[in-house]
Design a protein around this ligand. Structure first.
Ligand SMILES: Nc1ncnc2c1ncn2[C@@H]1O[C@H](COP(=O)(O)OP(=O)(O)O)[C@@H](O)[C@H]1O
Ligand SMILES: [Mg+2]
Length: 359
């Protein structure tokens, strides 16, 4: 078992003077009647960071984003943007822009007019509006689309226009609430890469809400995992995956492979477990357990085995389909197997409340 306790991920330049956080939340709370949507959140998001709020539906992500944007007032707590207390400021007095999932473009306006709209409201001159809009469209890889109407674009292209419409204002912080939720999987994956590129190019701080763990892992510099209005962990993607702070995080980000042995609870990720061949010797130092294959799921590139362990508990094991066919794989159902993994690839987890003070 890993002896490493949950420590704060080491970040580059820890000794260097830190620039002011772009977004800082302290003790933020918000209820709607009996429903506690945000239950005391502390958070710091650095300048230029791609930061995700990840959690299941109803965990308070949108409410927190709306509090940062100024569309909701917190019942308690403070919101700072670049060290200015904006808790009681109106949305238009905050240097932020929001991109929603239903990014309703104005249907009667051209793409250029849609993108220029915010600048026009601010009284920016026509010449500058044009050039900034064209620049923003270039940024989202839609140069020359300015004259079209929204109905003449695909869903993915419209989503890019919505993004251009926000970044054209050059806000300090861009808030995005499940902006890719309406797109099909393939397009969503493409847009994830695009969004990340755009964010790096413009250098704007992104606060990105999603319930999709893969999306959060793909794009974020760091992420906060939400559960019931509370943050369970804040860390870089690899740390959240490999060193989940709580059982909830272990199950929400990845497959919940949690076992209890000798009074210790730990997570072991499915890809770290090997199914031993018949008669194969485990390597020295491996942790070995016997069990029975309860279920087999063939998913093309890999197969997932669900194994009931003799010592109690259940594990999911993922194996690449190198030489096995779907037929071989299905025959494994009900088989007795031995599993092995390296003790150092397990990670001990605690209950909530045992997280580090500084997180
Ligand atoms: N305007 C509102 N009125 C009443 N309840 C609300 C309102 N907005 C959100 N909630 C409740 O607050 C909780 C958190 O919601 P939300 O922030 O939208 O979660 P998420 O975005 O993570 O799905 C949910 O239980 C939701 O029903
Ligand atoms: Mg939401």
């Amino acid at each position: 078992m890993s002896t490493q306790a949950r420590e704060r991920p080491s970040e580059a330049g820890e000794d260097a003077p830190q620039p002011a956080a772009d977004v800082r939340l302290e003790g933020v709370r918000k209820s709607f009647g009996d429903v506690v949507a945000v239950d005391g959140v502390d958070l710091e998001i650095d300048q230029g960071e791609f930061f995700s709020l990840l959690g299941p539906s109803g965990s308070g992500k949108t409410t927190l984003l709306r509090i940062i944007a100024g569309f909701e007032r917190p019942d308690d707590g403070t919101v700072w943007l670049a060290d200015v207390d904006v808790t009681n400021k109106a949305p238009f007095d905050r240097d932020v822009n929001t991109v929603f999932q239903d990014y309703a473009l104005f249907p009667h306006m051209s793409i250029s007019e849609n993108v220029e709209y915010g600048l026009k409201v601010k009284g920016v001159g026509k010449q500058e509006r044009r050039s900034r809009a064209e620049e923003a469209l270039q940024m989202v890889r839609l140069p020359g689309y300015g004259k079209r109407k929204p109905s003449q674009l695909s869903g993915g292209q419209r989503q890019r226009v919505a993004l251009a419409r926000a970044i054209v204002n050059r806000p300090r912080v861009l808030l995005l609430d499940e902006p890719l939720g309406a797109l099909d999987l393939k397009l969503r994956e493409e847009m994830q890469i695009e969004l990340k590129r755009i964010q790096q190019e413009v250098g704007i701080t992104f606060v990105y809400v999603t319930h999709d763990q893969e999306e959060a892992l793909t794009m974020s510099d760091r992420l906060a995992v939400f559960n019931n209005g509370l943050i369970e962990q804040i860390a870089a993607p690899a740390d959240v995956y490999e060193r989940p702070a709580t059982e909830f995080v272990a199950g929400f980000v990845g497959v919940s492979n949690v076992l209890e042995r000798e009074g210790q609870r730990f997570v072991v990720r499915p890809e770290k477990i090997r199914i031993l061949e018949q008669g194969e010797e485990p390597y020295a130092g491996a942790h070995v357990e016997s069990g029975q294959v309860r279920d087999v799921v063939y998913v093309g590139m890999v197969t997932r085995y669900i194994v009931d362990l003799e010592a109690g508990g259940q594990l999911t094991v993922v194996r690449q389909n190198l030489e096995t066919s779907s037929q071989d794989v299905l025959e494994a159902r009900g088989a007795q197997v031995r599993l092995e993994w390296r003790p150092e690839q397990t990670y001990e987890i605690g209950e909530r409340g045992q997280m580090e003070e500084d997180e």
